[in-house]
Design a protein around this ligand. Structure first.
Ligand SMILES: [Mn+2]
Length: 374
């Protein structure tokens, strides 16, 4: 009897080969014959495999990637990473890697120093030989900063989900609810609308709590005539989105209204300045100048924004200290803020794609002062 062939639906991104080729090309001059991936995010980026407790080996002169994993992930690897060969380990990861490296005649194996502990390196040195281990910069942070079409699509979808959940949450919010209740509803809606989950724990900060840039939602109540700062994000297909809005129930306090308009002006000016070739530090300065000129420079104590992707904070960073320039494919948050202890805070955040000619704002929830009164 002929064996029935089961066709498995793969979830692998379509650009995997391009991503691997780019990495191989960059690493060849380093003298490495392969790169050992120990960062789960990089493993996902280059193979499609989402599980943990696994390593991946990318030889530099072959199109095949290897995933060293265990029984739990056998089926998952076939589905998520059809281009990779799974090695379901019977011994330790280090021993299996040594066997594989010998079989493939790999001379030098490059490691990811930021994602390998000393405890993990020791058995590697023992089984593979310390001389075969190479410390190198794999350049993946820079590579991952430039998003391909698949990635932009996933971020757009994450944004669509988080924005719909926010609109529903604005309908739901009422005087007397706690920050926690609002956060729970918002996160529930994102999940129900198809998100993998949140991209980070949501911030819902009522009134004076809004002056803490990383406030944790608690028992404080939202009140009519008060303001609420909400910083939230969805994850879709592994990709994060990230936005912040400030809304007021019924009316906004004059002080909050004043700084709201300043933050909005700063944010829009910075977004307008985004185009390929512009210095990262210059974009930060555009927003900072607006806020400083209005007299609140000291109340804007963080950098303007950050890249986002499989991680919520990625390259590039929009800060005064950042080196480098924007290139097409960068996706960055633009999120200036003014924080007034005891009074409250305003931060407005959107996600922006750098295009060949300029930029495209991927998020589109209203943000005018009028729209902030709900
Ligand atoms: Mn952010």
């Amino acid at each position: 009897m002929a064996q029935k062939k089961t066709t498995r639906k793969t979830t692998a991104p379509s650009n995997l080969t391009d991503r691997v080729r780019l990495l191989q090309k960059r690493l060849r001059p380093s003298g490495a014959s392969a790169l050992l991936l120990t960062n789960p995010r990089d493993i996902r980026y280059l193979t499609g495999f989402v599980g943990d407790d696994s390593w991946a080996l990318i030889p530099l002169r072959s199109s095949k990637a290897y995933i060293l994993s265990d029984f739990r992930f056998d089926e998952q690897i076939a589905k998520e990473a059809p281009h990779a060969q799974a090695i379901i380990r019977k011994k330790s990861l280090a021993e299996e890697l040594a066997t594989l490296a010998n079989r493939l005649r790999l001379n030098k194996v490059a490691l990811q120093p930021d994602y390998l502990t000393l405890a993990q390196r020791k058995p590697l040195a023992k089984h593979l030989g310390a001389k075969r281990l190479l410390k190198t910069d794999d350049g993946l942070l820079q590579q991952r900063a430039v998003k391909d079409a698949d990635e932009v699509k996933a971020i757009r979808k994450a944004l669509a989900i988080q924005q719909q959940a926010f609109r529903e949450t604005c309908q739901f919010m009422k005087h007397g609810q706690t920050e926690n209740e609002v956060a729970a509803y918002l996160e529930y809606r994102m999940r129900a609308l198809g998100a993998d989950g949140v991209s980070f724990p949501s911030i819902v900060a009522a009134d004076a709590n809004g002056s803490l840039p990383h406030a944790v939602p608690g028992k404080a109540k939202i009140k009519a005539g008060g303001s609420v700062l909400i910083d939230w994000g969805a994850r879709y297909n592994g990709y994060c989105s990230d936005m912040t809005r400030v809304v007021a129930l019924g009316k906004m306090k004059p002080k909050i209204e004043e700084v709201y308009q300043i933050v909005l002006d700063a944010q829009m000016a910075a977004i307008e300045a985004i185009e390929p070739g512009k210095k990262l530090s210059e974009i930060d300065k555009v927003a900072r100048d607006v806020i400083t000129k209005a007299g609140y420079g000291d109340q804007f104590g963080h950098s303007l924004g950050h890249g986002l992707g499989l991680d919520i904070h990625e390259q590039p960073v929009l800060s005064g200290k950042a080196k480098g320039v924007l290139v097409p494919g960068h996706v960055v948050t633009v999120e200036p803020g003014i924080y007034l202890p005891g009074v409250g805070g305003v931060r407005i955040e959107d996600d922006v794609l750098v295009t060949p000619k300029g930029h495209k704002v991927l998020s589109d929830l209203p943000k005018s002062l009028e729209s902030a009164i709900i």
